[in-house]
Write a protein that binds this ligand. Structure first.
Ligand code: ATP
Length: 459
């Protein structure tokens, strides 16, 4: 006996269904709900379902604006029914092109309609599963706040966040630009005992050097021309909570001295003031700068660095996150899809290939920007590699064995250097070669400057 088909919901808009179509729908497991186009969808079912919209019905033609609001319900896979003449109507053409998975011109057999409908439903269900993957990764007990990640490197990061959140020691977060250092700082604060107190962030690289002192420590009225009233600095504003010092590597030496003094005494003195005020903050700092080099070159005080870097967290670059890159791209598409003038179905296979082939120097921030731009610029309903401006990364270029070996070696070396913060000796040990051999390969592949990940000084 044939298994009965799984029940599927169908939303139908149009004239009453013919008996033939209704009985075919019944046999294929569709439960039909007729919609009147006289109300907005509101909070519509979140389950994937099929949709059949008959443009030849009079009530549809009279209500095309409302039809559009129904067609844009994301969880419904819409199939349009229309007469050949209606394909000449630009409004209907636009609605079908931008919102429907397929169309069938009338007259058509029930079989033909049901096959197309099954396909539209299948695509809507796939789209839903894609969103769920991203949501699952977010709801996963391994996720942290707004951070998405399920690869080993991210799971290790989430574990580190939980561990450091349980102490009050200063945390130093290193990682390339746009990898999520600020999100990590927020997650540490949110899991710490200080979570109900302020989280105050200051970007040490974005504030002009001459204003930094007053930004950090505040000033008294009359401290300088224009100081008409007392201003509380960011350190004081964070009292009781967490102070996040972003781009700490860019902190001028003068402010480094003041910060060190504050860390030693735990008191601040506002500019132009004469008394010191005790302040209790936890310091989390971050940078994409190679601090070892900054210290060797005298740009950063080592005594301050050692006070800031009691616990260290390394943010993995996006290119080391494997499948997470795709997951993040899909999550960003769901998040920003409302910016699109029409409904998008997801990423085309060439876009997925390019997402994996590209090196992502700007990390998650770059991924977000590329997806947002593609959402606005894409002309089809699938975002392609060209929409992401990654057309050249879409193709799988045929490779010789020697080329494949080089690609593999480059990747293994880059990852080993990253894990060992650029220490060639340690990376060589991990890779099972001598230090001299690793130097030779680095030179041969021209990786000593250009291709060594930023922020990693070679020892
Ligand atoms: N794992 C993640 N999941 C979701 N969004 C992320 C993740 N990591 C980073 N982002 C997003 O990427 C953007 C950059 O993150 P963030 O500002 O934390 O990076 P950063 O390392 O502090 O950058 P910079 O070095 O430029 O200060 C933000 O919009 C952030 O929300």
């Amino acid at each position: 006996m044939a298994a009965s088909p799984l029940p599927r919901h169908l939303f139908y808009v149009g004239d009453p269904l013919t008996l033939e179509l209704r009985s075919l729908l019944d046999t294929r497991g569709w439960t039909v709900k007729s919609l009147e186009l006289d109300r907005e969808p509101g909070n519509f079912s979140s389950k994937p379902s099929g949709g059949l919209l008959d443009f030849s019905a009079r009530n549809v033609l009279a209500n095309l604006r409302l039809a559009e609001t129904w067609l844009s319900v994301k969880t419904v896979g819409w199939l349009a029914l229309l007469s050949p003449a209606q394909l000449e109507d630009s409004t209907i053409r636009r609605l079908v092109r931008d919102f429907c998975f397929d169309y069938v011109t009338l007259p058509a057999s029930g079989e033909r309609i049901l096959n197309a409908l099954g396909h539209a439903y299948g695509i809507a269900a796939l789209h839903d599963a894609g969103s769920r993957d991203a949501v699952d990764a977010k709801n996963d007990s391994n996720a942290e706040g707004d951070m998405i990640g399920s690869c080993d490197a991210m799971l290790a990061l989430f574990r580190a966040i939980r561990k450091v959140a349980m102490t009050d020691a200063p945390v130093f977060i290193s990682g390339e630009s746009g990898t999520g250092k600020e999100l990590t700082a927020v997650a540490i604060h949110a899991r710490s005992v200080r979570r109900n107190e302020p989280f105050v962030a200051i970007n040490c690289g974005a504030i002009p050097a001459h204003l930094l002192q007053s930004e950090l420590f505040g000033y008294e009225r009359g401290a300088f021309t224009g100081a008409n009233q007392r201003k509380i600095g960011r350190v004081e504003a964070a009292n009781g909570g967490t102070l996040f010092l972003d781009e700490i590597g860019d902190l001028p030496l003068e402010s480094q001295a003041s910060l060190l003094r504050f860390l030693q005494e735990r008191k601040i003195e506002r500019l132009g003031g004469h008394e010191s005020t005790p302040v209790d903050v936890r310091i989390v700092s971050a940078t994409h700068v190679d601090m070892q080099t900054a210290m060797v070159e005298g740009r950063f005080r080592s005594d301050l660095y050692h006070r800031l870097c009691v616990l260290q967290i390394e943010e993995p670059p996006l290119r080391a996150r494997g499948k997470d890159i795709e997951l993040l791209a899909r999550h960003m598409l769901d998040r920003f899809e409302k910016d699109a003038s029409r409904r998008l179905r997801g990423f085309a296979p060439d876009a997925i290939a390019a997402i994996h082939n590209y090196g992502w120097p700007g990390n998650v921030r770059e991924l977000i920007n590329r997806v947002r731009r593609a959402i606005v610029m894409a002309e089809g309903r699938l975002i392609g590699a060209n929409d992401l401006e990654l057309g050249e990364f879409a193709e799988c270029v045929p490779m010789s064995l020697a080329q494949a070996r080089e690609v593999g070696e480059r990747q293994a070396i880059e990852m080993a250097l990253l894990r060992n913060r650029g220490r060639v000796g340690d990376a060589a040990r991990e890779l099972g070669v001598s230090r001299v051999t690793l130097y030779r390969i680095l030179s041969a592949y021209n990786m000593r400057d250009a291709e060594t990940p930023s922020g990693l000084g070679l020892d």
